[in-house]
Write a protein that binds this ligand. Structure first.
Ligand code: HEC
Length: 175
């Protein structure tokens, strides 16, 4: 109801949609319809929506205040993991040609325009699963393979680390 989604580290996590850019949400629904982004539950729901309904539901979720993620302590992530995650998100790792997430996703990873979604305060399980989906090729809708290229350079430890750190960051500048 509040668009906060749900973090299920051992199952399928559902993303926070509240406060995301409307154009971004709409493009994702179109991608599910087109099959360039694959997920059994979402593909079925997206098929039921026409263009107007996609625009309306996207505008609704975009209008909701961004809900906070979970603190690192509550999630039980180790200091070492969080440190590596912060490094990847804010500085990158040039030895692996990984540019900082913030270079595209905005200074605090709170999103930039309609192309680069907010990922700070997003759920751990969802961030991890998206990076894995790009690695495995089940998500192919990113412009110029911007995300696939990065995901392919990340180890599973890197993915867990960046998902852990980002998920425990504020989801808005005010939080
Ligand atoms: C070169 C630019 C660029 C960089 C650097 C980048 N991203 Fe992205 N990212 C994108 C774009 C573009 C999208 C939207 C893809 C789409 O339209 O489906 C995206 C989408 C995502 C999503 C999906 C969010 C959602 O709600 O669906 C996640 C998760 C993500 N990026 C994580 C990361 C992480 C973690 C890093 C750093 C390790 C990173 N990104 C670095 C460009 C970038």
């Amino acid at each position: 109801m509040d668009g906060s989604g749900q973090n299920n580290p051992n199952g399928e996590s559902w993303p926070r949609l509240a406060g995301l850019d409307a154009g971004y949400i709409a493009r994702q629904l179109q991608a599910y319809k087109a099959g360039t982004r694959q997920n059994p539950s979402m593909q079925a729901f997206a098929q039921m929506l026409d263009d107007q309904q996609i625009a309306d539901v996207s505008a609704w979720f975009a209008s909701l205040p961004a809900t906070a993620g979970q603190s690192a302590a509550a999630q039980g992530h180790s200091e070492e993991l969080l440190k590596r995650g912060e490094q990847l998100a804010t500085e990158g790792d040039w030895s692996k040609y990984i540019v900082p997430c913030s270079s595209c996703h905005g200074p605090d990873n709170l999103g930039a325009g309609t192309v680069f979604p907010a990922i700070a305060g997003q759920h751990f399980g969802y961030i991890r699963d998206q990076l894995l989906a790009w690695q495995q090729g089940s998500r192919k809708n990113d412009p110029q393979r911007l995300m696939a290229t990065i995901a392919e350079r990340m180890s599973s430890d890197d993915i867990n680390a960046v998902a852990a750190w980002l998920s425990s960051q504020p989801a808005t500048a005010e939080q």
